[in-house]
Ligand binder design. Structure first.
Ligand code: 5GP
Length: 210
């Protein structure tokens, strides 16, 4: 069991892509907190969906976002979909552990449910972008940061294009963000290459339950 206190100072300035700000945190972590990050399109959400199916003992945080739902996405399950003013309120009230702008939208991790799970000793996973992972590192240095890498850059481009849910300018923005995110790999504790969803899940669970 991992016990350490974590605190982060509150700052409501706008986050930049390289140094976003988080919200106030003061809690005790009683179990392992794992962050899964990596470029958009690498397959994080597929890995997380498989993890939720095959390893229900691991709690997966549901983020808040200002992005509009994609076809098939369910409010409260894939994300909590909110408007800009609600997101502003969440930041102002310190309800988010971290938040970041990504490709024109904002995304954040609700603090209260995560704190509750960690205090109950439940292994918990956040699936967030690199900017968010950096904030978690500051707020909870004992968290394990896992980077999910694509087998190659071409494969990442293929996956992002293949998704077919985004207009070309959004796709270009996501590719630009992916290039920057790939460069952050060395900041992470572990890199897993997404060659097979099942293999990555097995490796991830081994890390979480280590
Ligand atoms: P998407 O729009 O494809 O669902 O997500 C875009 C990016 O936002 C992904 O890299 C995803 O990991 C990230 N993301 C999802 N939830 C959060 C969150 O709560 N915080 C941060 N910082 N990033 C998030």
């Amino acid at each position: 069991m991992n016990t350490s206190s974590l605190t982060e100072s509150r700052d409501t300035r706008e986050p930049g892509p390289a140094s976003p700000d988080g919200a106030a945190v003061a809690t005790t972590v009683h179990s392992r907190l794992t962050v899964l990050s990596g470029p958009s399109g690498v397959g994080k959400s597929t890995v997380v969906a498989e993890l939720a199916r095959a390893y229900p003992q691991i709690w997966i945080s549901v983020s808040v976002t200002t992005r509009k739902p994609r076809p098939g996405e369910v409010d409260g399950r894939h994300y909590h979909f909110v408007d800009d003013s609600k997101f502003d309120q969440l930041i102002a009230s310190g309800a988010l552990l971290e938040w970041a702008r990504f490709s024109g939208n904002r995304y954040g991790t609700p603090l209260a449910p995560l704190k509750e799970k960690l205090e109950a000793g439940v292994s918990s996973l956040l699936e967030i972008d690199v900017a968010g992972a950096r904030q978690v590192r500051m707020a909870a240095p004992e968290a394990r940061l896992v980077f999910l890498a694509p087998p190659s850059w071409d494969e990442l481009v293929r996956r992002l294009r293949g998704r077919g849910t985004e207009p070309p300018e959004v796709l270009e923005r996501r590719l630009a963000a992916a290039r920057e995110e790939l460069a952050a790999q060395d900041e992470f504790d572990v890199t897993l290459v997404n060659t097979s969803v099942r293999d990555v899940c097995r490796q991830l669970v081994a890390l979480i339950e280590q």
